[in-house]
Design a protein around this ligand. Sequence first.
Ligand SMILES: *Cc1c(COP(=O)(O)O)cnc(C)c1O
Length: 396
Amino acid sequence: MADEKATSPGPSTQSVHAGEPRVQPLNSLTTPISQTSTYSFADTQELRDHFERRIERDEYGRYGNPTQRVAEKKLAALDTAEDGLLFSSGMAAITTTLFAMLSRGTHVVVTDDAYRRTRQFLNQTLGRYGVEASTVPAGDYQRIEEAVRPNTRVIFSESPTNPYNRIVDLEKLVEIAQRRRVKTVIDSTFATPVNQRPIEFGIDLVIHSATKYLGGHNDLLAGAVVGSAPLIAGIRDLQGVTGAVPDPFAAYLLIRGLKTLALRVARQNENAERLAAFLDAHPKVGTVHYPSLKSHPEYEIAARQMSGFGGVVSFEVEGDIDAVSRLVDACEIPRIAPSLGGVESLIEQPALMSFYELTTAERLEVGIKDNLVRYSVGVEDGADLVTDLEQALKKV
Ligand SMILES: *Cc1c(COP(=O)(O)O)cnc(C)c1O
C-alpha cells in the first residue's frame, strides 16, 4: 500500500489528467461533449457483436455516454476506487445505490446527522417498500453495532456530516461492518477525495454530491458513487432501468470543474480554518462546529483520517432566530443560498432553509438549532471573509 502511494500521482495531477485519453477524437485537447441520445450501428452484424459483447461500444444514452465515462474514470482515480458511476444528482446516486443494495425485508443502519433528503429517503420512502432503517448517533460505535440485525445489509453514514461536521471513525466502522458482514456506504461530499479517501480504509462504496465541491462552480447538478467493479456494475445495471443518468453537458462541466479540484479545496480548507479560528474567539459566537478546532469532539479522528478539514464552518450565534438572520443579511461577500462547495461563499441558516417548514420543536428533534449558521467558504481571500463576518457580527 505504502509503495503504491509513493508511485501514484498526487491529487492535483489526478484532477487534471486522470481518466482522460491522451489522444482524443479530432486531436481535441479537452474531452469532447458527446451530445447524442443514441448511437448508430453500421449493420446488423455490428448489433449482434455488441449484444454478444465481442466489441465495446455505446448503444443508447441511458446506458452511458463517452463524456460521462471520462468523468467516472477521473472520479474513481481520485478516490482510489476500481470504478465509478455518474448520476444526474447526488440524491440520484444515493437512492439508486441503496435500491440496488436493499430489498423488501432488509434493514439499513444510518447515523443521525445527515443531509435532509437522505434522512427522508431512508426513514420514510424506503419504509414504503418494506425496508427498515435504524438511526443511531454518529460517534456511538456501540449503538451502531447494537443496531445491526441479521437482515442488515448496509451501514450508511456521512463523514463529515451535514451540517454539524461530525466525523465518523472509518476504521472502526469498517471493523464492525466486516465482522457483521454488512456493506458500508459513506457520503463523502463534504470531504472530497482531496481531503479523505474512504476506500483506503476499507469502505465499500463512496458517494458524492458532485453538485458541490467536485463541480465546484455552482453551475451543475450531478452525483457519483465509486467502489469495487462488481458493486458498481450492479448499480449501473439498475441505473439503466431507473434512468437517473447525467446529461453529457453536465459530465463535461464536471470534468472541467474537476481540473481545479485540488487547488480549490486547498484554498477552501485554508479559508475555513481561518474563519473557524476567528469565530471560535468571538464573544457573540457559541459553539463552532469545525474539525480543526481542538474543542471539536472528533478532532483526533479528523486529524488522523483526513488531510484537510473541509470548507464548511457551522456555528451557533448568541441570539434568537432573528438576530442570526441580521448577521446573515449583513454579510456582503457570501450569498444566501442552499448548496455548498463552489467557488462563491454561501451562507444560510439551516432552520430557515432546508428545515423551513418544520416548527422549532420539530427542528430540535432532528438536531437543528435556530441559532445555527452554515457557512460554505469559497475561494475568495480569507482575510476579506473574516473582515466581512466581523462587521456582520456587529448587527447581531
Ligand atoms: C447536497 C448533498 C446531497 C444531495 O446532492 P444533490 O446533488 O443536491 O442531489 C447529498 N449529500 C450531501 C452531504 C449533500 O451536501
